[in-house]
Design a protein. Structure first.
Length: 357
C-alpha cells in the first residue's frame, strides 16, 4: 500500500538513528511505523504523534507537522500526554507482559515513541483466526499472567483505561503483551479525567470524568475475556443501564468452570462496589479457587474431547471457515507439547491463515 502524503516516507531517519521502513497503522492521535534501530541493528516500532484533527503536513514538501494558531494549545497539550505515555511505559521495563519503550524524542515539530517491535497477533485477530471464539483452554492461561501484570500497573497508582482485544498481543513465543498506554491516568491525584471509552469494553464510570479506578480496568479486562470466549461484543454499559441484558457465556454456548464464569460476570457488573476491586482479587477469584480446579474436568468433558490434557473444542462447521477448521484440527497434532508449545504452534498457524507466511 502506497504511503499517504502526510505519512513519513520509507527511508526517513528519525533522531539520527531510526530508519523508517513502512507504515504499520494509524489512529486518531498518531501513526505507527516499522523501522530499524541503526545503532543496535534491531527492529523497532516507531509511534509518531500526529493528531490529524489538529495538525497537518505534506511530506513531499516538509516533514514538519503544522497546526493552526487556534489549535496550538490543544496540540501541545496532546503532545505532553504523548510524552507522558513514554514515561509511563518506562516504569514497567521489568514487566515482560508490557510493551518495552526504548526511546522518546522530539523533532519535526512532533514527538516519537520508539518501542520494541512485536511480531504477533492481537486477541481480536486471534479470535477471528479461531473462527470467532478462542477456546477457554487457550485463553484463560494466557490471561492469568496479564492480570498479574496489570496489578503491577495499579500498584504504581496508574490505570490503563483502554484494555481491549486489539491492545493485547500474543507473540510467537507464547507470551502476551499489553499495548497502548495513551489513555493511562494517575488515580492518586484527586482530579477529573478525560472521557475515554471503547464501546462494549468501557464501564459506566468511564462515561463520566470521575469515579474511575482499578475496578475500571477490571471491567475492561473481563469484557475482553468475554469477547474472546464468546465472539460477541459485550452489550454496551449504557444500554445495560436501560435494561438490555448481557447474555452469560454459558447462554452463548461457552463451557467454563462455574467459578470462572461467575467471576467474569462479577467483573462486568455495572455497579463498582459489586466488582472485584483489584486485579489481585480478580486473579484470586478466577484462578486460585480449588472449587474452580475441581469443577474443570467434569464441566469441560461435556463439550470438549480430551487430548492428553489439551482440549479440542466442539466446532460448528457451518460457522467456521475452512482455514479456521484447519486451525482447530491442528490441536490433534499438539498432544505431545506443553502449553507454551501449543501457543507457538497456534501463532504460526494464525500467521499462515492470515497470509503472513
Amino acid at each position: 500500500m502506497a504511503n499517504q502524503w502526510y505519512q513519513l516516507p520509507p527511508g526517513t531517519i528519525v533522531g539520527g538513528r531510526y530508519h523508517i521502513e513502512k507504515v504499520l497503522g494509524e489512529g486518531g492521535y498518531g501513526i505507527s511505523y516499522y523501522g530499524t534501530d541503526l545503532r543496535l541493528k534491531l527492529p523497532v516500532a516507531v509511534k509518531e504523534y500526529y493528531p490529524g484533527f489538529w495538525a497537518t503536513r505534506d511530506c513531499r514538501e516538509s516533514l514538519d507537522v503544522k497546526c493552526s494558531q487556534a489549535q496550538e494549545e490543544s496540540y501541545l497539550r496532546g503532545l505532553a500526554r504523548f510524552e507522558d505515555e513514554a514515561l509511563t511505559l518506562a516504569q514497567f521495563h521489568m514487566v515482560p507482559e508490557i510493551v518495552l519503550v526504548r526511546d522518546y524524542l522530539e523533532e519535526n515539530e512532533t514527538g516519537y515513541l520508539v518501542m520494541e517491535y512485536l511480531d504477533g497477533q492481537n486477541l481480536k485477530q486471534m479470535t477471528d483466526g479461531f473462527g470467532g471464539r478462542i477456546p477457554p483452554e487457550i485463553l484463560m492461561p494466557l490471561m492469568e499472567s496479564l492480570i498479574l501484570a496489570v496489578q503491577k500497573v495499579h500498584e504504581k497508582g496508574l490505570i490503563h483505561r483502554d484494555i481491549s482485544p486489539d491492545n493485547i498481543m500474543m507473540l510467537e513465543n507464547g507470551h502476551v503483551k499489553l499495548l497502548d498506554f495513551g489513555n493511562a491516568r494517575d488515580v492518586t491525584e484527586d482530579r477529573s479525567m478525560t472521557l475515554a471509552m471503547k464501546q462494549g469494553f468501557a464501564p459506566p464510570e468511564q462515561y463520566r470524568s470521575r469515579g474511575q479506578g482499578t475496578w475500571t480496568d477490571v471491567y475492561s479486562l473481563c469484557a475482553t475475556v468475554y469477547y474472546c470466549l464468546t465472539g460477541k461484543l459485550p452489550v454496551q454499559a449504557m444500554d445495560r443501564l436501560t435494561g438490555k441484558k448481557l447474555p452469560t457465556p454459558g447462554e452463548l454456548g461457552v463451557m467454563l468452570p462455574r467459578r470462572q464464569e461467575e467471576t467474569i460476570l462479577q467483573g462486568l457488573d455495572l455497579f463498582v462496589d459489586k466488582r472485584p476491586q483489584t486485579m489481585r482479587e480478580l486473579w484470586e477469584r478466577m484462578y486460585a479457587s480449588e472449587d474452580a480446579v475441581s469443577e474443570t474436568e467434569d464441566e469441560r468433558s461435556q463439550t470438549v474431547n480430551q487430548t492428553d490434557g489439551i482440549g479440542i473444542p466442539t466446532v460448528d462447521s457451518n460457522k467456521t471457515a475452512d482455514g479456521n477448521s484447519t486451525l482447530l484440527s491442528s490441536f490433534e497434532d499438539l498432544r505431545n507439547g506443553g502449553f507454551r508449545e501449543v501457543c507457538i504452534a497456534i501463532f504460526r498457524k494464525l500467521r499462515g491463515l492470515s497470509g503472513m507466511e
